[in-house]
Design a protein around this ligand. Structure first.
Ligand SMILES: NC(=O)c1ccc[n+]([C@@H]2O[C@H](COP(=O)([O-])OP(=O)(O)OC[C@H]3O[C@@H](n4cnc5c(N)ncnc54)[C@H](O)[C@@H]3O)[C@@H](O)[C@H]2O)c1
Length: 258
């Protein structure tokens, strides 16, 4: 992203293609680098097979997140969209598995193609695309822009992050755009603040307490975690401490337990 930003500062738009990379976690951390530099951005990646294409039954596409962002002024919040093209990210299934929790029945199919609320069975099967063929098409889009264009693996050939037998060969596609190409930065930010105000101030549907701007829930959660710490279950603490010991760094500090 820093390369895309410096190109955009000079030419208005900067595009970077990354090849032979790895799973980069949440896309929003890359989008946030652009937001902090007062840039709009697109951040695409491909990933290992987890999702069938629409009408198919085998894993072929990744649940590759599509992400983008734009800065806001002092009276709004930055726009940060970061979403997997599946109903939910696969990381949420791994989290439910670690915690012994069930998952909603519309997230995945088991190895026999049946709906399941069991995270272990879901991981044997396939993720379900959000919005049917539209989610499937977004997953293909991520493969075109990230895998095909960059020269990385694509079309089902990316290696998963838990398979250490060979490189992931993931591709990324990153674009930074100067928001003050058609007006001043102040005016752009004022317009973003207007958009924020109107979105979060929209008349609420029955039973809704609050409307959030894309990215806002995660920022609220981050503030809470920085203030109160991160809640982990014992299994997660044990895993992190075993890894800390393996690489010779300090174990995590426990603030308390419930
Ligand atoms: N690198 C990879 O290969 C990979 C693969 C899959 C997922 N992921 C990461 O997993 C994470 C989770 O993905 P996800 O699809 O489950 O995200 P999600 O469904 O939790 O959120 C998707 C988007 O919707 C917005 N949103 C959610 N609830 C909202 C609400 N009530 N009001 C307004 N906006 C709301 C969020 O701010 C976010 O921008 C992402 O950070 C993604 O990058 C990474």
């Amino acid at each position: 992203m820093s390369t895309a930003i410096s190109i955009a500062q000079q030419f208005g738009i900067g595009m970077v293609s990354v090849k032979h990379s790895n799973h980069f976690g949440m896309s929003a951390w890359v989008v946030r680098q652009a937001v902090e530099a007062n840039m709009m951005s697109l951040v695409f990646t491909n990933s290992s097979p987890a999702l069938p294409v629409w009408g198919g039954r085998e894993k072929l596409m990744g649940v590759s997140p599509i992400a983008c962002g734009a800065p806001a002024g002092a009276n709004g919040k930055p726009f940060i969209l970061d979403m997997a093209p599946s109903v939910a990210a696969r990381g949420k299934i791994y989290k439910a598995l670690r915690r012994g929790e069930k998952i909603p029945g519309d997230w995945a199919l088991d190895g026999e193609g049946k709906t399941t609320d069991d995270p272990a069975k879901a991981l044997e099967g396939v993720m379900l695309p959000m919005g049917g063929p539209k989610g499937s098409a977004l997953a293909v889009m991520m493969d075109v822009f990230s895998g095909v264009l960059s020269g990385s693996a694509f079309a089902g050939d990316v290696t998963g992050p838990y398979d250490m037998s060979k490189p992931g060969d993931v591709g990324h596609f990153i674009v930074a755009i100067k928001p003050d190409l058609f007006m001043s930065l102040d005016e752009f930010k004022e317009r973003m603040d207007t958009l924020y105000r109107r979105v979060v101030g929209a008349e609420k549907a029955h039973g809704v307490d609050r409307i959030y701007f894309p990215g806002e829930i995660e920022q609220i959660r981050e503030d809470e975690r920085l203030r109160d710490g991160i809640p982990y279950v014992q299994d997660e603490i044990d895993t992190l401490n075993a890894e800390a010991e393996r690489v010779g760094v300090a174990k995590i500090k426990l603030a308390g337990s419930v």
